[in-house]
Design a protein around this ligand. Structure first.
Ligand code: F6P
Length: 510
């Protein structure tokens, strides 16, 4: 059984009540926007376009209470073992504590000021951050969002594809380049292989000391790889990869923004931490967003969730949230090891808008499946093109309006094409407006999603901090790689498809 609830979610009384409420029409009376939107520091969260009314919210809050959510939040902040399969607390909020020591900020300042010299005495001009998943997406998202034209050339290398290595190193001078190897485990295949290639690119193995920094929880492996002890930044084992951008994993962000900018990024997250820890459930925004996710997923059949970023600088946000939500909550075993009997995380996907409006929105408006969506936009832009920004915001508002209202056949003229032009509507969405995109507002936005993800997991009674599902593919890849590299014939018998594909590759390459 979950540590916080005496019964699985589907056996709680509020679950049954929610099932009944889902079948009845909503009460759209009252000032829906005033009732169902809230401000959280630099963010305005409008969830009034969700399929809710006062009764639904009351039942969802009953469900949160019956699930023991208040105690779950207390345990998260109190350092209890909330990651039970790995027997660890989850300490990412500690990284945001004001005034905590952050030695990586000294390195960031030295690199920014040209005090960090390469082996030939030249200052660093380019940074290549090597890491994947949680050791990549957050740093690249924050750099793109907050420093679109940084003084230093900051690049990211995640994919094991050799073409990605070539692209990351193209035009760089090794004597002016710093490589950051970010890997909590220091054993992730892609990062190891990429780091080896970049280390070779530096040439002289004795000269890499000034050019390699490791960010890891595995000091011994980083030392063995050749990173000098003074260039190893340790991260806490109790911080999961997808929650780690606030730590030294965020070194490229600190290099791009400087100490002050990074502190402000943490301050934004801290503001949401404090809200999440102290606000009552009925005004607690991460809690409400998680409850809405349960409402859409489990009571309205939404199997997917679109993240629609109406800001070019936030183009990586859908990928970032995809990892955060899907790797955290894409689970089928409850915390107690019993099979989950409810659906858990939806498929999270999305893109940079307005491009999607001319591609996948057709399905959103007229397809047959249920989904939910988040619209993210900034009130003030960072450019001086007001006409563009007005169009961007107008499109953001228009799309969520169209998804909610649709256009009924009765509103259209009586002509043969009208059935093709009707739009179903009734699709739930939340709009999050940032006053402007700043380190503080981005920090707040990402912490909001982190806490929403934790609450959804607590409500589904699953562990958001492990990711056992990714292991099988890793295991299967090792012998296939050995076979492809011609080292070992495959020991285990192969399925028909994999055998056929392997033989075809061998035939075409020998
Ligand atoms: O394979 C999944 C995963 O473990 C993610 O959870 C993690 O963010 C990523 O790989 C990278 O892991 P590491 O930081 O240990 O290289």
């Amino acid at each position: 059984m979950s540590a916080w609830s005496a019964k699985p979610p589907e056996e709680l009384p509020a679950w049954r009540r929610l099932g009944k409420l889902a079948e009845r029409p909503l009460d759209w009376g009252g000032d829906h926007f005033a009732n169902f939107s809230a401000r959280l520091g630099p963010l305005l969260v409008d969830y009034s376009k969700q399929r809710i009314d006062a009764k639904v919210i009351a039942a969802l809050l009953d469900f949160a209470n019956q699930s023991g959510l208040t105690q779950a939040i207390r345990d998260l902040f109190g350092g209890a073992v909330v990651n039970r399969t790995e027997n660890r607390p989850a300490r990412h909020m500690n990284l945001r504590i004001a005034g905590a020591a952050r030695p990586f900020l000294e390195i960031a300042e030295a690199v920014r000021d040209g005090r960090w010299l390469g082996r030939t005495g030249k200052p660093i001009r380019a940074v290549v951050h090597i890491g994947i998943g949680g050791s990549h997406l957050g740093p690249e998202l924050a750099c793109q969002a907050l420093a679109p034209a940084p003084a230093l050339d900051i690049r990211f290398l995640a994919n094991v594809d050799g073409g990605a290595v070539d692209a990351a190193l193209r035009g760089l001078d090794p004597s002016e380049t710093l490589a950051i190897i970010a890997s909590k485990s220091f054993s992730t295949l892609e990062t190891r292989v990429n780091a080896q290639s970049v280390r070779d690119w530096f040439g002289n193995p004795n000269a890499v000391a000034r050019h390699l920094i490791a960010v890891t929880a595995n000091e011994a492996a980083a030392r063995e790889f050749g990173v000098p002890a003074e260039n190893i930044l340790l991260i806490d084992d109790a911080v999961g990869g997808r929650y780690s951008l606030w730590s030294a994993v965020g070194l490229p962000i600190a290099i791009a923004l400087g100490r002050e900018g990074f502190e402000s990024f943490l301050e934004g997250a801290r503001l949401v931490d404090s809200h999440f820890e102290t606000a009552p459930l009925d005004r607690n925004i991460p809690v409400l967003l998680a409850l809405l996710q349960i409402w859409n997923t489990n009571f309205h059949g939404a199997a997917s969730h679109a993240v629609l970023a109406y800001d070019h600088r936030l183009r990586l946000l859908p990928d970032y949230l995809q990892q955060l939500e899907m790797e955290s909550n894409g689970k089928s075993a409850r915390d107690d090891g019993e099979p989950a009997r409810t659906h858990t995380a939806p498929i999270v996907w999305g893109g940079e808008e307005t491009g999607g409006q001319h591609a996948f929105h057709q399905l959103l408006h007229q397809g047959s499946r249920a989904f939910s969506a988040d619209f993210i936009a900034c009130i003030r832009p960072d450019h001086d093109r007001p006409e563009h920004h007005a169009w961007l915001l107008a499109n953001c508002l228009a799309q969520s309006q169209a998804l909610m209202q649709g256009r009924a056949l009765a509103e259209l003229p009586d002509e043969p094409l009208s059935p093709h032009r009707q739009v179903r509507g009734g699709h739930p969405s939340t709009t999050i407006l940032l006053d402007a995109l700043t380190p503080q507002s981005l920090g707040a936005l990402l912490a909001l999603y982190e806490h929403k993800t934790f609450c959804a997991a607590a409500l589904w009674q699953i562990n958001p901090f492990d990711q056992w599902g990714v292991e099988l593919g890793k295991e299967l890849a090792a012998p296939l790689h050995a076979a492809l590299a011609g080292d070992d014939p495959l020991a285990a018998p192969l399925d028909f498809s994999t055998r056929g594909l392997l033989q075809e590759i061998e035939r075409r390459t020998s």
